[in-house]
Write a protein that binds this ligand. Structure first.
Ligand code: SF4
Length: 257
């Protein structure tokens, strides 16, 4: 495992748990908004596996949950061995993945090595390459989605609301993952290398409300205004009944652009 870093005591990365987050090096995508861009070089690893395990063992009395994030962890050839080691020590394990390796994800799920999975969905399938920054075989993304929706371990899908995505794109993603337990729409945050302007919070929340018509388990992360204030604002623009009625029209989401 190329382990590039460790973050202790995260209360936000594993639902219901205080966890240590392990960041692996290397990624097969090049999302413009990436907040871990320095982890993308595959040889970035600098912590020895033994040192990481020893540190986790020492702190196990404080927490017993681990998030394996990246980069893209499924690129690590010895990921399954590493997780087996963690499980044998009694840790609960969450995997963060971009879903491009359904073969790896499927094997980990089948062996019962994962307790929670968070999978990024970068865009509707036809816009994937634009947002992910590289050629992508979208069939593999679809395969990973089906593995999670058809399985029985807790999971969530996450979409960062890239400024090049629209409300219609978000609704299309919601349709593709119809039946999913949890869909998290995350506000875009600019980085040093990506200074684009985020969508306005009302626009983001409009996408959330529209996605909720398809998927009630849609949540939003990273907004500063409360849902109550945002709901008031969007229904001032378009009354709730009119908003809901649009759902019956196949072109409904694009009417709002
Ligand atoms: S998949 Fe994640 S780690 Fe990889 S480039 Fe995109 S945001 Fe960064």
């Amino acid at each position: 495992m190329h382990i590039a870093g460790l973050e202790k005591n995260s209360a936000v990365d594993f639902p219901g748990e205080v966890a240590t987050v392990i960041f692996t090096a290397g990624c097969n995508l090049r999302c413009q908004y990436c907040h871990n861009y320095d982890l993308i070089p595959a040889q970035k690893g600098r912590m020895s596996e033994d040192a990481v395990l020893a540190q986790l063992r020492r702190q196990q009395f404080l927490f017993d949950a681990i998030v394996i994030s990246g980069g893209e962890p499924t690129l690590q050839p010895d990921l399954a061995d590493f997780i087996r080691g963690l499980k044998s020590e009694g840790f609960r394990v969450k995997l963060d993945t971009n879903g491009l390796r359904p073969d790896v994800l499927g094997a980990l799920l089948e062996e019962g090595l994962l307790d929670y999975v968070a999978m990024d969905i970068k865009a509707p399938l036809e816009k994937y390459e634009q947002i992910a920054g590289v050629d992508v075989d979208v069939e593999v993304v679809a395969e990973s989605i089906d593995l999670l929706t058809g399985g029985d371990i807790p999971y969530e899908f996450r979409t960062t609301f890239d400024p090049d995505l629209t409300t219609a794109d978000v609704v299309e993603i919601a349709h593709r993952i119809d039946g999913a337990r949890l869909f998290a729409i995350q506000q875009f945050r600019p980085t040093e290398r990506d200074q684009r302007t985020p969508h306005q919070e009302t626009y983001v929340f409009r996408a959330v409300e529209l996605a909720r018509i398809v998927l009630p388990g849609t949540v939003v992360r990273g907004l500063t205004l409360t849902e109550e204030k945002l709901r008031e604002a969007i229904h001032r623009e378009k009354p709730a009944e009119e908003f809901a009625a649009l759902h019956a029209d196949p072109t409904w989401a694009s009417q709002l652009e």
